[in-house]
Write a protein that binds this ligand. Structure first.
Ligand code: ATP
Length: 762
């Protein structure tokens, strides 16, 4: 695309969603960094039709300080006028007057359909405007076509073609937190709660919320209860749960829930049924707009940043004949698919539901949705299925090792229940491999893990000990004494190294000839065989929350913050939190830090403060450099910054490891636990001694042979050789640091100042 004389317009339309501001920031800054004019179209299509001050050119600093804000700072609206040709004619005129012939549209299926209609009509609209004299013939000739890209913005996660829509992860955070809170009060009084969540035709928020929040029943549009008298089934199950010792009962109802005949099921109906039949006082909580509001989650910020950047790249590459694209995320990577095909498939799910073709609706929702539903149906049982008569009952051991990672308990709970439900016995080992050495091992039952799902830390206890020497004899004895036929090791490097140690000592210890599987659980995200480990998303959210507060504390003064995050030799937390908070500099162990790097940073930062910037943020990984520590950097910048700015250091420490697991970590923990247990059962039943690492790679669960571990790791730095996220580093820098040599991008505001767009409107 010739960057001269062409401009991009960006709008948010339909319902607002947290994360839209991160997209806006990325679109504006990517465009400006390429020398392309970019306009915000305020209030969705209404601003496009109204024109004037509602379409305004943005500068670099205008998108400072907006990433942590919920909603959309450029406003959104429903616009009836844009549905008419007359309205779109006016919109085209307003765009052409500013040279805009490329649009980034962030919204739902309606907004994206509207954009495509404008694109299809463009030639006719331009010709009509030229014929009327509303635009000059030159303008008409310069803009013969309109290129659009669409980004799915909706908390409902109801869009085909992207794994996650912008805002869905944040909404899931709100729902999960609410369910945790409701469960604790419900348990105190032994009460039953009905919780209604948003999602319209899509059961994603209800199902994943129920899975993450440990609810006891869920009603979703895609898969209505399979009996006519589902009320009786539900009441019997909840009553059985109480009889088994459950103190709370929580039913999650999607707002679009329906029965097999397509009649809607309201939360009030569920409440009445439960209170009439169980004779209990039942409370309804409708979460409503709290699900939509508030600061975006770390994922919505970094995903929004990636797809906003990719949207501008797609527009740059577009030709007049290019098919419009939907830019989304699939398997943790940016994806590009034909926009209107995605819109049609999105409609197909809604049509399947209204046509009561539920099988097709579930099919269209995809594999993880279906798996999630299947797993949920097992986990919600009051008690497990009885073992089949004569079936072989395996004895499988579970332990957690390494520093506690949020999500470990979720994985243990799911593993225990999923194995016990298939008739097997689970032995819980206390304190990691130390427990195996000391013989601290006991059977874990169905109710023994009740309430573990949302709990942070590790209830089994953990240790970092990697056994060697005489300890191996002790472990072999424990495994033999307890007849262990398979081992699930959940944890970080200590778990992986210890598991590999047992594996490699098989010739000396016959007891180690049993299947072993390692499930990645470490906030550091530094384990082989998986792109993401359980706990890393929670830690990232903890960091982003802390940085939001740190930045706010510095608003009143001219300040540079150096924030040190965990990760050991792995820079994942540093880079992704830097991307999600707009850090100006990010220091990783992978790159190292040289005096020259610090000198360059200093020069950049000095230039920014000299031009009026008031706040900068640097994020460093704890092992970025052993000598150039956070303290050293603070002293250096403080001295060189003179009167321009103060420097403060925040070492976030263990707050990153604590707290309840994020919904993503809980959902992945359940998913990986299910597959780990299936693996152990398959291998042990067939007499195989295969052992493995389980993980997520490109969005799918992958199993890698344990024997491959040495090949996959950088043993000196205890991290995988390949780290997919490293390529995002240049993007973090591109979006955080304007080219200070270009006056057009004067950074008068920082990423914490914010409010530019709203203030300018007043
Ligand atoms: P959400 O999913 O949050 O409701 P949405 O984009 O589907 O978002 P809509 O109300 O359907 O929300 O659409 C938003 C705006 O997009 C409408 O007010 C209208 O201006 C425009 N729009 C929607 N559908 C069309 C269409 N078929 N033709 C032209 N414009 C449309």
């Amino acid at each position: 695309m010739d960057s001269k004389g062409c401009a991009i317009g960006v709008l948010t339309s339909g319902g607002d969603a947290p994360g839209m501001n991160a997209v806006l920031r990325a679109v504006v800054r990517t465009a400006l960094s390429q020398g392309i004019l970019v306009y915000a179209i305020m209030e969705g299509y209404q601003g496009m039709v109204d024109g004037g001050d509602q379409i305004r050119a943005l500068q670099w600093a205008d998108t400072g300080g907006i990433m942590q804000r919920g909603g959309t700072v450029i406003g959104t609206a429903r616009c009836a006028a844009f549905r008419t040709r007359e309205g779109r004619l006016q919109a085209a005129k307003n765009l052409l007057e500013r040279g805009i012939d490329r649009l980034v549209v962030i919204g739902g299926d309606g907004s994206l359909t509207g954009a495509d209609l404008l694109r299809q009509e463009w030639q006719g609209l331009v010709a009509e405007l030229a014929a009327k004299g509303a635009i000059s013939p030159e303008t008409a000739a310069q803009h013969p076509s309109l290129n659009i890209v669409g980004l799915a913005g909706s908390i409902d996660n109801d869009f085909f073609g992207t794994d996650m829509t912008i805002g869905a992860d944040t909404a899931l955070h709100r729902i999960t937190t609410a369910l945790d809170q409701i469960s604790s009060t419900a348990a105190s009084h032994q009460r039953t709660f009905v919780v209604e969540v948003m999602g319209r035709n899509c059961g994603y928020l209800a199902l994943m919320g129920a899975l993450a929040g440990g609810a006891d029943w869920v009603l979703i549009p895609e898969s209505p209860p399979d009996t006519d008298d589902w009320e009786t089934t539900m009441c019997e199950l909840l009553a059985a749960g109480r009889a088994a010792g459950r103190r709370d009962s929580v039913v999650v109802v999607a707002e679009g829930a329906r029965d097999r005949d397509g009649n809607s099921i309201s939360s009030e109906h569920v409440r009445k049924v439960l209170s009439d039949r169980l004779g209990e006082e039942v409370r309804v909580t409708i979460l409503g707009h709290t699900q939509r509001g508030g600061a975006p989650s770390a994922f919505d910020r970094w995903m929004g940043t990636l797809i906003g950047h990719a949207a501008v790249e797609a527009l740059q590459a577009a030709t007049p004949d290019s098919e419009p694209q939907l830019i989304g995320m699939r398997y943790n990577r940016v994806s590009r698919l034909p926009l209107m095909e995605c819109v049609h498939q999105t409609h197909a799910v809604a049509e399947a539901i209204s046509g009561r073709n539920y099988e097709r609706a579930m099919e269209l929702r995809g594999g993880s949705f279906k798996d999630g539903f299947r797993t949920f149906r097992t986990l919600l049982r009051a008690l497990p299925h009885e073992p089949e008569p004569g079936q072989r009952r395996l004895r499988l051991a579970i332990l957690t090792a390494g520093p506690p990672a949020p999500g470990m308990n979720t994985a243990v709970r799911a593993a225990v229940r999923l194995a016990v439900d298939q008739g097997h016995q689970i032995l819980g080992v206390r304190d990691g491999f130390d427990g195996l050495i000391r013989g601290q091992i006991e059977e874990l039952g169905w109710m023994g893990v009740s309430g573990w799902g949302p709990a942070g830390g590790s209830r089994l206890g953990s240790s970092r000990n990697v056994p060697a020497g005489a300890d191996l004899y002790a472990i072999a004895r424990t495994l033999e004494t307890h007849g262990v036929e398979g081992l699930l090791a959940i944890g970080g490097w200590a778990a992986y190294q210890a598991a590999y140690k047992l594996f490699s000592e098989r010739a000396n210890f016959p007891a180690f000839n049993t299947p072993i599987i390692c499930l990645p659980a470490s906030i550091d995200n530094n384990l082989p065989g998986s792109e993401l480990s359980i706990g890393a998303d929670t830690a990232l959210n903890n960091i982003v929350d802390a940085v939001d507060k740190i930045k706010q504390s510095g608003e009143a003064s001219s300040r540079c913050f150096i924030v040190e995050v965990m990760g050991r030799y792995c820079g994942y937390l540093a880079l992704m939190s830097g991307l999600a908070t707009g850090a100006e500099q990010i220091y990783l162990n992978e790159d190292g830090v040289t005096l020259r790097d610090l000198q360059i940073s200093l020069n950049d930062i000095l230039a920014m403060y000299q031009r009026g910037k008031r706040l900068t943020l640097m994020i460093r990984n704890e092992y970025a450099n052993p000598l150039y520590t956070a303290g050293f950097m603070q002293a250096l910048f403080e001295e060189e910054g003179g009167d321009l700015f103060d420097v403060r250091t925040a070492v976030l420490g263990h707050l990153q490891q604590g707290g309840e697991p994020s919904p993503f970590d809980r959902i992945q923990a359940v998913r990986l636990a299910r597959q780990s247990i299936d693996y152990l059962i398959d291998e042990a039943s067939s007499g195989s001694t295969n052992s493995a690492l389980i993980g997520m790679q490109e969005g799918r669960v992958k199993i890698t042979g344990l024997e491959d571990m040495p090949r996959l790791i950088d043993a000196a730095h205890l991290r995988p050789k390949q780290q997919w996220w490293l390529s995002l580093k240049s993007l973090a820098r591109l979006l955080a640091m304007p080219d200070t040599r270009q006056d057009a991008f004067l950074p008068t505001r920082s990423d914490s100042d914010g409010g530019a767009i709203r203030e300018r409107r007043r």
